[in-house]
Ligand binder design. Structure first.
Ligand code: SF4
Length: 166
């Protein structure tokens, strides 16, 4: 299976707690006004990478956890689910996934929700310019929620005020 990616950032601290390998995918149809990265909207941008290739990069670093971002990974949910399942089966790494869909929209859609069993934390919802808050950690606007799907050691993320534990 292949994922259309824009970039792979290794050892980043911007996309969740601690050091992480972040996979930035191509394509997003949410088109939020004020999006920090409208170049990522193009579903044909970047290049294709196989799940095996991405898994090899992720495994190379023994200490980094993993973040899926974009674009919106849920527009390629089948391939990201396969990658997340392999990460869970073959490593002990924690996975954060960013998406412009809300948690409720994901739960209501059997296709989108196929990834949830393999994700530890979802950072969800569209970016809303009027709710932009630069003091928030790991998200851009205050409507976006950090939803822990599995129990997290680092629940207490500084600067956040709307963490939800499901
Ligand atoms: S969901 Fe994220 S990448 Fe997509 S338009 Fe909104 S802010 Fe940009």
């Amino acid at each position: 299976m292949k994922i259309r990616i824009l970039d792979i950032l290794e050892e980043t601290m911007a996309d969740g707690p601690g050091l992480r390998t972040s996979i930035y995918c191509a394509g997003c149809a949410h088109h939020c006004p004020g999006c920090h990265n409208p170049q990522s909207w193009d579903f044909n941008a970047g290049r294709e990478a196989t799940v095996d290739e991405l898994l090899a990069v992720i495994k190379e670093d023994k200490f980094c956890n993993v973040t899926f971002s974009g674009g919106d990974p849920l527009y390629q949910v089948e391939a990201f689910t396969e990658l997340a399942r392999r990460i869970k089966e073959e490593t002990g790494k924690n996975i954060w996934c960013y998406t412009g869909f809300t948690y409720e929209e994901i739960l209501a859609d059997s296709r989108l929700s196929m990834i949830l069993p393999y994700i530890d934390t979802l950072v969800e919802g569209p970016f809303i310019q009027e709710l932009r808050d630069p003091d928030l950690h790991f998200r851009g606007s205050s409507n976006q929620r950090i939803i822990h799907i599995t129990p997290q050691e680092d629940d207490d993320i500084p600067g956040t005020n709307t963490d939800y534990t499901i």
